[in-house]
Design a protein around this ligand. Structure first.
Ligand code: KG4
Ligand code: ZN
Length: 346
């Protein structure tokens, strides 16, 4: 395993303030180089979007606008810093909702301009990708990484900061999207992922035999829409009331998703000759998924690094960390007229 940069330096580590507003979480964080997260504030909008069963872009951007200035002040206060002490500013540039990205990215640029500090436009997926290394002694290392979120499911060979080879991704729904859509079908509140996780804890994962789509395909692609459809077909055929079957359905569905993710990730690690496996993104909070990865990696002698609980779902600590990792290897800042990109790829 290769260490990707040397943290031993006589220079004081730069203080990076980062803003993340790609979807429905307003987040601000401050990092001291890649060594320490001094503050990580997340203002969740879940309650505002729950009545609609999903994120409403207009509601999200309006609330980023309302929340962000105070959240920046809160982050500075919890880090015990004055804004003039910040050495660099970073903000998510994509992928995500255009109107949400614009709020955080423009605020970040305005701050950088006013403070006369470098600005780093950061890819949200790169933030998730590096998030398992936050707080680790060694910093980022070469690995095979699985990103599983509401918008993405992808396997990446991480060979260096900025050197990412996409091995495969979902052909249809992202894993988190499948959790949320199945949650909706089962009448659970938005987002379905954490609800399914909670119910699955009391269920029998062998009660229903859901498909493990593409588990044996020779590539590293995924597909979750067939699984979602098979849950839909099951519902009218249930012999007992849905409420009583929820734990078993959730446990069986979660196991079907997890089996495919674990199997393909370990296969990708073997293919790339990597011993370290990293898992990140909102779905990596899932307790069944975490346990399955721990078990499989221990059985097959892989080292596993899971993103820490609070850093699985969207946060700005991962954006600050990514910017700090770029600064550490001398990546030049972004130009201020570089636009956001809702479809930015890794
Ligand atoms: O990374 P994230 O916060 O946002 C995106 O970049 O998409 O991921 C959000 C996704 C949602 O689909 C949510 O249901 C899912 O992560 N999620 C979970 C759990 N917690 C969040 N899925 C399964 N189990 C969980 N405990
Ligand atoms: Zn995300």
């Amino acid at each position: 395993m290769t260490k990707l940069h040397n943290k031993q330096t006589a220079e004081p580590l730069p203080l990076v303030l980062a803003i993340e507003t790609s979807c429905d979480e307003t987040a601000v964080a401050i990092a001291r180089g890649t060594q320490q997260i001094l503050a990580s504030e997340v203002a969740s909008q879940i309650k505002l979007h729950q009545p609609y069963g999903g994120v409403v872009p207009e509601v999200a951007s309006r609330n980023h606008n309302l929340t962000l200035p105070a959240l920046i002040r809160t982050a500075l206060k919890s880090a015990n810093l004055n804004i003039t002490q910040i050495d660099a500013v970073a903000a998510t540039a994509g992928p995500g909702l255009a109107s949400s990205l614009l709020i955080g990215n423009t605020t970040g640029k305005a701050l950088a301009l006013a403070l006369q500090r470098p600005f780093y436009s950061i890819n949200h997926l790169e933030g998730h990708l590096l998030s398992p290394f936050i707080g680790s002694e060694d910093g980022p290392r070469t690995c095979v990484a699985l990103i599983v979120s509401g918008g993405h499911t992808m396997l990446v060979h991480l060979r260096g900061i900025g050197d990412y080879q996409l091995l495969g991704r979902t052909r249809d729904d992202a894993a988190g999207e499948a959790f949320d859509k199945v949650g909706k079908m089962l009448g659970l509140p938005y987002p379905g992922g954490p609800e399914i996780d909670r119910l699955a804890a009391d269920g029998n994962c062998q009660a229903f035999d859901f498909p493990r789509s593409m588990i044996g395909s020779g590539d590293f692609a995924f597909s979750f829409s067939g699984l979602k459809t098979s849950v839909r077909y099951l519902l009218p055929k249930l012999s007992a009331p849905l409420e009583t079957q929820l734990p078993d359905i959730c446990a069986s569905f979660q196991k079907a998703v997890t089996d495919v993710l674990v199997k393909k990730t370990l296969k990708a690690a073997a293919h790339c000759g990597e011993n370290l496996i990293c898992v990140s993104g909102g779905v990596s909070c899932n307790r069944g998924l975490r346990a399955a990865f721990q078990q499989a990696c221990s059985n097959e002698n892989y080292e596993l690094q899971l993103a820490e609980g609070a850093l699985c779902t969207d946060n700005a600590a991962m954006i600050a960390y990514t910017a700090a990792a770029k600064l550490a290897i001398g990546v030049p800042p972004s130009v201020l007229d570089e636009d956001i990109d809702p479809n930015l790829s890794l």
